[in-house]
Structures are given as structure tokens and as C-alpha cells.
Design a protein around this ligand. Sequence first.
Ligand code: MN
Length: 199
Amino acid sequence: MNATATLLFVLAPLPYDIAALEPYISEQTLHYHHDKHLAGYVNKLNELIVGTPFEGMTLEQIIGQADGPIFNNAAQVWNHEFYFNQFSPTPTKEPKGELKRAIEDSFGGVEALKEKLTKESLNLFGSGWVWLAADDNGKLHIISTSNAGTPLTEGLHPLLAIDVWEHAYYIDHRNARADGIKSFWEVLDWDIVSNRYNK
Ligand code: MN
């Protein structure tokens, strides 16, 4: 590796203890999901960008310009950091303020929104993500993306992300994706989601 030209990505640590989301998301799941899958995307991305024009760019810049394997690995790094950062062992269970009003306007309330996001997650075929995202006017959208897809490429601002890849739930729930999503809601911190909306 060229020591004079390396501005590479590092694995962002989890913002909570690896066992802190038990029993909803197990330590073993986080060990594989964060320390193996996300670390793998970070390492692969670094390997792919060394010596290319992407070296030294931010993740967002790479996502906006790359395609193929470089896009896939960069987007998966961004998506997973965003995903892991939305959980808390002591989550706030309800949205607040502006976001709460926007959810009431668009979906009728938080329970209806959760039902819609859950249904979308169960209907997504194969690997991908389900997102709540806002447009530039603050209007809320539910969108699904396949594989490494991200709302960033559609000009939307992600607020919450449900990882519907099997690796997100298979250790804890085997094939029962619905149980994985039930657990997701137990540790999602709506304060974090509300703060993302306020930005
Ligand atoms: Mn994942």
C-alpha cells in the first residue's frame, strides 16, 4: 500500500455495548452484523478505492459517483452506520415535535406508520432496506431499496432504516422476518429519528 496516499475508511464502533440491545438484538447478531459484515464492507471498499479517484472522497461523494462494487460497498458502509446509530438500550418509544406532526399528517399516527413500514419490510423480496425518509420540503416517504440501495441517490434524507437482509435477523429469529421487525421496534430510539428530521 502506498503510505503517502491513504485516506481510508475505518470501522465505526457501535455507540453502545455489544450486548446492550439484548434480548431484542443479541450480542451474537451484533458480533456478526457489525464486526463481520460491516467490517467486511469497510475492508472491501478500502481495497477497491486504493489508487482510484475515489480514494480521499467522503462516503457520500463515492455513493453519488460510483457504480458496481464500489457503490455497493460504500453504500453498505453508509447504510449500516446509519442503521446501528438509531438504536439505544433505553430508547424513547414515541416521536416528538415536528416529526410527530409530520407522521400524523402523512400516516395518521406512529402506530399506523409502524404497521406500514413493517408490511413493506415483509413484502420486500430478497435482500434490501426499508426506509422512512424526508424530501426537501419535509414530506415523509416510505421507500424500499434492493441490496445496497439508499435514499441518498434519490435526493431524500433518510430518517430510519430497517435492514431486511437475512443477516440482520437470522441468528436471532431464523426465517421469521416478522419477529426480527418486532424486535427492531423495541430498540429503535425515536429521539434519534426525531433529531434526524429536525436537521
Ligand atoms: Mn446488514
